[in-house]
Design a protein around this ligand. Structure first.
Ligand SMILES: Nc1ncnc2c1ncn2[C@@H]1O[C@H](COP(=O)(O)OP(=O)(O)OP(=O)(O)O)[C@@H](O)[C@H]1O
Ligand SMILES: [Mg+2]
Length: 282
């Protein structure tokens, strides 16, 4: 698998705004640049706009103001095939994994290869689950790199939450992404599985050189894994610095009051490439 093309800047948000119908201003002229080699953790209270920010980056939602660039390319208002290409370039990890439960682990990872599909034969191949050998080898290699190759032929719904999330990371890796975004990837997991999943994200950042941005609620995990901490509140950045600089004052600035340890927020369902694949198969 080729190393994806890298640039110094993965993401640049300038004056980024998102007002949802009904008037909620989830992002309030946010300025934020993520470097091409960063492992950044975004912390912030519920409703701060963390998920909205990530979804603007992979354009699951469209900003209502400002500008968002992915590796220097303005993607603020892309649509159609250009939008599909943007989503293909960004690996997205969700709190609830978003795997296809009845499919094998390997088939789930193969869904990450869809961005390289030469239609229409690939669509037919995916429906019949007869992927080319070379693609299956790439998908298997992603599982090996994450250390879960022995799960390749198990059904996704037979796995623990932590295993499922690592499969989701393998699927993102199979996309050969320019960037990985993870929206509360450990909120549904026990502490040991949470660490394993965070270790996996840290490992692919280090070994593959892929920039990673993770939304977290757990300040302690953010301190442990983040090379850079971004604190958000009310749709704006209120802290930006290394984990060492995240003292009590900074935590108070982000949360208002100290957060309760281990707090998890409710998941918000969003469409995924796998869900799209399921729909295509139905
Ligand atoms: N689809 C939507 N329609 C209307 N308002 C929304 C929508 N999605 C999010 N919001 C609102 O936008 C604000 C930011 O939401 P967002 O989900 O980005 O916050 P968050 O920091 O991810 O919170 P959490 O930690 O609870 O996941 C909140 O006030 C939320 O209620
Ligand atoms: Mg959220």
């Amino acid at each position: 698998m080729d190393r994806p093309h890298r640039t110094d800047i993965a993401v640049r948000a300038s004056g980024l705004a998102k007002a949802y119908p009904g008037g909620v201003l989830a992002l309030d002229r946010l300025d934020c640049t993520i470097g091409g080699d960063e492992f950044a953790v975004i912390l912030g209270p519920s409703g701060a706009g963390k998920s909205t920010f990530l979804r603007c980056i992979n354009r699951l939602i469209e900003p209502t103001g400002g500008r968002i660039e992915l590796q220097g390319e303005d993607i603020t208002h892309v649509s159609g095939r250009a939008l599909q290409r943007v989503r293909g370039r960004v690996g997205m990890i969700f709190q609830q994994f978003h795997l296809s439960p009845r499919l094998s682990v390997l088939d789930n990872v193969l869904a990450g290869r869809l961005r390289f599909a030469r239609r229409p034969w690939w669509i037919l191949a995916s429906i019949l689950r007869r992927f080319p050998r070379s693609e299956r080898e790439i998908a298997y290699g992603c599982l090996e790199r994450i250390g879960i190759a022995e799960l390749a032929f198990k059904r996704a719904d037979a796995l623990s939450g932590g295993q499922q999330q690592r499969v989701a990371i393998a699927r993102a890796l199979a996309q050969e992404p320019d960037l990985i975004l993870a929206d509360e990837p450990v909120a549904s997991l026990d502490p040991a599985s949470a660490r394993l999943v965070m270790d996996t994200l840290a490992q692919i950042h280090q070994t593959q050189g892929i920039p990673v941005v993770v939304n977290l609620h757990q300040v302690d995990l953010g301190r442990t894994y983040g090379q850079r901490i971004i604190g958000m509140a009310r749709g704006r950045m209120v802290f930006d610095g290394p984990p060492d600089a995240l003292d009590q004052d900074a935590v108070q600035r982000i949360y208002g009051t100290p957060p309760r340890p281990g707090k998890a927020s409710p998941a918000v369902p969003v469409p995924t490439v796998v869900a799209a694949l399921e729909t295509a198969r139905a």
